[in-house]
Design a protein. Structure first.
Lengths: 346, 346
DNA sequence: GACAAGCACTCCCGTGACGAGAGTGCTAAT
DNA sequence: ATTAGCACTCTCGTCACGGGAGTGCTTGTC
């Protein structure tokens, strides 16, 4: 058999058995072990034949001759694909999640706790990001002069996100108040994107007949006071310490931790693989494409939507040797919880 | 010599030599190595005698007979004490710091970058915390009804800190606006502490003659809308990955990373050892007192003040085997830079 | 043809022996 | 007071060795 799908029922069974025992033990799995566990009582020799076929087809790898077999990325993909989505989270885990997220109203805090509880339950890295929300409705802006050349800009969106930044600008408080009033009166309820676009249009068009206030608005706009772009994201990464137990190579361990510390990289990862359209949990095996230091790692994540718009995403990141079923149900459970909680309060 | 101070000039010299070579190499240092480096050309045998004395006095420890000596915590304390404060930061390091912090106006961002640059330069863990600032002057509050039972509270202080939280409250936007107007008009410029105290007093005293607005204020107050307490701190911890190289014991490494992930613990550490009164950098050797998982670790930190009030603190955390001189000058340099930048703009 | 049994072979890994290297403590000499 | 010398200790890297686990292949059986 060369690269043909291992369509046979027997092949399938043996492949998933290999994947599962490897995930459980972490050691190359040999034909004998497999034969013992196999309920049909096949002999090691038979299993060896099948294994040889699977190896030819690219599903198994051998660290060295006379060692057991290790699943390849392909094997994991196949394994995940044939998992039934029917597994339920244990009550224990459900309780932990409920306790952890109960009564939290703040999106930020929700994200923070989510990353924490994800890492806790999965024993891997839990990640949650809240995107700045260019599609969020503007609720209120506020500008405050802090001192020489410094202005504090605060933007509140209707979903409860608060972004603040300090700009280098020299405007009086009166000017700032005027600009804020203008924006609040004209753009309340607009999406950030729409507001910015309209503002840009007006500034362009009415350039000749500027009054003092519009000049202030322009300055604020140009300095990014109203930005709600990709940079305006909060990322929570927790459980990096869990990787210590799993990764033997110290060099690699350090690289991994470093990568996880660079939050933008994590954001990029999630962004690259999760999109708004997908409905369910997505499993990405082999992150080395997007991030070389993450080879042999997988991402199990889902977007969080509020009213159709992506508000953020959550994920578990761990080695290929991860409990897929468990991680998938956990992520899925929290994502649904999220949707329910966030969407009910609209 | 039993527990007497190693007052002798020779002892001092040898002790610092031991500490320095141990810091540099990480291996127990023997009499021969020391003799080679010693400029007075003492023989190994003589040095052995001195070392025996130092060991008796509690400054040196021996992993096993016939191994070199390792400095004890006492030795590090003694070593740090006798360091001259005159060392200057290398221009290279100064440039890195300047580049990294240049043009940053926002306190939060300043803290974030500080922790980053600290970890970068020291090759250890960099920490920076901004305290909520109970002594900060109130600039502005803003309340917004988000939906059923949810209210967003935003507090802006004069120093540019923005705190937001979502409360479970059911007040109309009109009520919220009234309460905000009341607080802004009456308490602008007050310190958070004073404002809270006065508010509590008034609520107590005028309980009988409440109007609708004061009732709203009370609800907000009770729900913590105006809290600016210890919980309201932001912590930045960076460079945890650097510990991988230094710590051999995996079990311990994991514990360390876990501790650093629990931000409150880090805050507690800084809080326990750094106080407003101290002028310069403080070096704390042996963190196991406050945090068992941190045994054999040291903290090199300084508070950040604005106008006499503590606004936060910064620190390097690393193993006892750290380049003290370098870490001290780095922390001191950034602390001074901080003071300069923050205080100039007042 | 599918499965099983047997067998020779490969490779890893734990164990114990062994010697080099580094360091110590002590004693005797300067 | 210092130092040279010496016997002793402890670690660590290397190497040989054998057990264990696993493979591939060949042959045999239903």
């Amino acid at each position: 058999m060369q690269s043909g799908q291992p369509i046979g029922e027997r092949e399938r069974e043996i492949l998933t058995a290999i994947v599962e025992t490897f995930i459980a033990t972490g050691e190359p799995v040999g034909s004998r072990t497999l034969a013992r566990a196999n309920r049909e009582g096949l002999s090691p020799a038979t299993i060896r034949n099948v294994m040889a076929d699977l190896a030819d087809a690219g599903f198994l790898e051998q660290p060295h001759t006379s060692a057991g077999r290790v699943p390849s990325s392909e094997a994991y993909r196949y394994y995940v694909e044939q998992l039934t989505g029917k597994a339920r989270l244990s009550h224990e885990d459900e309780n932990i999640i409920q306790d952890s997220l109960h009564g939290v109203a703040d999106v930020q805090e929700f994200m923070e706790r989510t990353s924490h509880v994800l890492s806790l339950i999965s024993h891997n890295v839990g990640v949650a990001v809240a995107v700045g929300g260019p599609k969020n409705a503007l609720e209120h802006v506020y500008f405050s002069r802090l001192g020489d050349q410094k202005v504090l800009a605060v933007v509140v969106t209707r979903s409860g996100l608060v972004r603040d930044r300090v700009l280098r600008l020299d405007l009086s408080q009166a000017d700032l108040d005027g600009a804020a009033r203008f924006i609040n009166e004209n753009f309340r309820g607009w999406t950030m994107d729409a507001m910015r676009a309209e503002l840009a249009r007006r500034l362009e068009q009415e350039r000749s007949e500027y009054d003092r206030m519009m000049a202030s608005v322009e300055q604020l706009y140009r300095q990014g006071a109203l930005a709600a772009d990709d940079a305006a994201q909060t990322v929570y990464v927790e459980g990096a310490a869990n990787l210590v137990a799993g990764e033997q190579d110290r060099q690699r361990l350090q690289e991994l931790l470093q990568t996880l510390e660079e939050k933008q990289k994590v954001v990029a990862l999630l962004g690259a693989y999760l999109d708004a359209k997908q409905e369910a949990v997505r499993v990405v095996i082999g992150l080395d494409q997007a991030m070389p230091s993450m080879r042999n790692f997988v991402l199990i994540g889902a977007p969080v939507r509020v009213g159709g718009e992506v508000m953020g995403s959550l994920a578990v990141i761990g080695p290929t040797r991860i409990d897929y079923q468990h991680a998938i149900t956990t992520v899925s459970y929290i994502a649904r919880l999220f949707d329910k909680l966030l969407n009910e309060s609209e």
